[in-house]
Design a protein around this ligand. Structure first.
Ligand SMILES: Nc1ncnc2c1ncn2[C@@H]1O[C@H](COP(=O)(O)OP(=O)(O)O)[C@@H](O)[C@H]1O
Ligand SMILES: O=P(O)(O)OC[C@H](O)CO
Length: 498
């Protein structure tokens, strides 16, 4: 009997496929990086065909490494970079433009204009989000304005919109299903998270025809069956969630008050608030954590745009390291007397500042500043930004583990140096789980429990295991001094200094 679950994790920098056994150990992993396109300053695009090809190659690679075939897979779960917009032709399945990536800032002035028109409170009340170019809605409007005949074709029902999950499901099922899940829908700026439906009034402001939107399902649901000519032919797709929500599930943050922080390209903290839609007073987002059996669980989210992306900049932009793993070793050599700060506002700043026009800056440079200090400032910036998120979150929610311990995951948490520094800066212990593929694990659980091969939520949560706890080691005075320097650096970087 097929009893493995395959999770597709379509991230910002790579596509991955991870095959889990029934006991949640990993049987095989396939991973394929793909091209980042930066056509103009602040613009970030992906080629949807390259996304599709890398997903397929990683599936084949994972099956091969596990020594399995598609017949051994009971169910597929999909998790994905969120907010990224794909528009494709309903007839041919071809994308009409590159995918516009979540980091892309091209709609900053449109967002500014909508804010000036007083629309932000309405969008926030209905979607839990802010009028920032980060979210899908204004990117979709830009596409419809700029692709020839875009809006007219969409109105005639010729074009489909989707986040990456939706596009992949369309392709995997041979165009049989145009669907998404509630977590992905909650990132679009078009979905009413209280009523759990697309919102006609918001669609009107964004000039998006409802004909092009996918149907929204629960996160564990029937998303269709993979077409027969595919290596996974005949396998049902039973779980879908945006990658940060999937990591929340994979890290078993099922109780209200539990929180995880994921360190991938960006950094995202999600605090489970249960069935209660908590409205942030501190410029954080309200969002859907998961929807199961029609019941919505909400989260308060803090989103930072540059975390691992800073490490990639050290490697690819500055050439200071050859591989991401070297960043911690280099940072360790930094002169402790030098107070160098990097504010990595390469694509503006996310929570809690939401400054689309800010750009990166470095402070405290001297003649003796070198690669080690720059590497340290880059890794430090991830820790300081997490501190900003936690401070904002404490203002919104008092209970739970958010006060006492932090569960982390994502590519960057492999760095012991960064995790120790994180614990030092936050002044709380940091727990690293045994399974670092938490995002994929969350998608696998959604699909696996629906397929009946994985345990229910309580049993799954009971199986969460810690790899290592990092305890804070610096004193309060040095923490306060470090944080004061960061605060000053951010103040000097913001485009508005009011
Ligand atoms: N040992 C390490 N130290 C610091 N950063 C790392 C390390 N390993 C990976 N990273 C960073 O983590 C990111 C990849 O994490 P991942 O969770 O795969 O991201 P994504 O899903 O956004 O593609 C990359 O930006 C990489 O630079
Ligand atoms: O690709 P990641 O893991 O950095 O995640 C991207 C987020 O989903 C963007 O909101």
């Amino acid at each position: 009997m097929a009893n493995h679950v395959l999770a597709i994790d379509q991230g910002t920098t790579s596509s991955r496929a991870i095959i889990f056994r029934e006991d949640r150990t990993v049987a095989g992993v396939g991973q394929q990086e793909f091209t980042q396109h930066f056509p103009r300053s602040g613009w970030v695009e992906h080629d949807p065909e390259e996304i599709w090809e890398t997903v397929n190659r990683s599936i084949s690679e994972a099956l091969e490494k596990a020594g399995l075939t598609g017949a051994d897979i009971a169910a597929v779960g999909i998790t994905n970079q969120r907010e990224t917009v794909v528009v494709w032709d309903r007839e041919t399945g071809e994308a009409v433009f590159n995918a516009i990536v979540w980091q892309d800032r091209r709609t900053a002035s449109l967002c500014g204009q909508m804010k000036d028109d007083g629309l932000e409170p309405l969008f926030t009340r209905k979607t839990g989000l802010l009028l920032d170019p980060y979210f899908s809605g204004t990117k979709l409007r830009w596409l419809l304005d700029n692709v020839p005949q875009g809006r007219a074709r969409a109105e005639r029902g010729e074009l489909c919109f989707g986040t990456v999950d939706s596009f992949l499901i369309w392709r995997l099922t041979g165009g049989a299903h145009h669907v998404t899940d509630a977590t992905n829908a909650s990132r679009t700026l078009m979905y009413n998270i209280e009523q759990n439906q697309w919102d006609e009034e918001l669609l009107g402001y964004l000039q998006v025809p409802s004909e092009m939107l996918p149907e929204v399902r629960d996160s564990a649901d029937d998303f269709g069956t993979v077409r027969q000519d595919h290596v996974l032919g005949g396998t049902p797709i039973l779980g879908v969630a945006g990658d940060q929500q999937a990591a929340t599930i994979g890290n078993a943050c099922f109780e209200p008050g539990m929180m995880k922080v994921t360190y991938g390209t960006g950094c995202f903290s999600l605090l489970n608030t249960g069935g209660e839609l908590v409205r942030s007073q501190n410029r954080l987002l309200s969002t859907i954590a998961y929807r199961l059996d029609g019941a919505t669980t909400y989260a308060v989210e803090g989103s930072i745009f540059v975390a691992g992306a800073g490490v990639q900049w050290l490697r690819d932009g500055l050439g200071l390291i050859n591989a991401a793993e070297e960043s911690g070793q280099l940072a360790e050599k930094a002169d402790p007397e030098q107070a160098v700060y990097l504010v990595p506002a390469f694509v503006g700043l996310g929570a809690p500042y939401w400054d689309a026009d800010a750009r990166g800056a470095m402070f405290g440079l001297t003649r003796s500043t070198g690669p080690a200090e720059i590497a340290k400032a880059t890794l430090d910036s991830v820790c300081y930004q997490t501190h900003d998120l936690l401070t904002a979150k404490r203002g919104d929610w008092q209970g739970g583990n958010a006060q006492t311990v932090l569960r982390v995951d994502g590519g960057m948490v492999a760095s012991d140096w960064t995790m120790q520094r994180l614990a030092d800066i936050l002044g709380v212990p940091v727990d690293r789980p045994e399974i670092l593929e938490t995002t994929a694990l969350g998608a696998a659980w959604l699909a696996g429990q629906r397929a009946g091969v994985w345990p229910d939520m309580d049993a799954f949560a009971a199986g969460w295991a810690r790899d290592r706890r990092f305890e804070p080691q610096i004193d309060d005075a040095s923490r306060s001094a470090d944080l004061a320097g960061w605060k000053d650096a951010v103040r000097r970087t913001l485009s508005r200094r009011d």
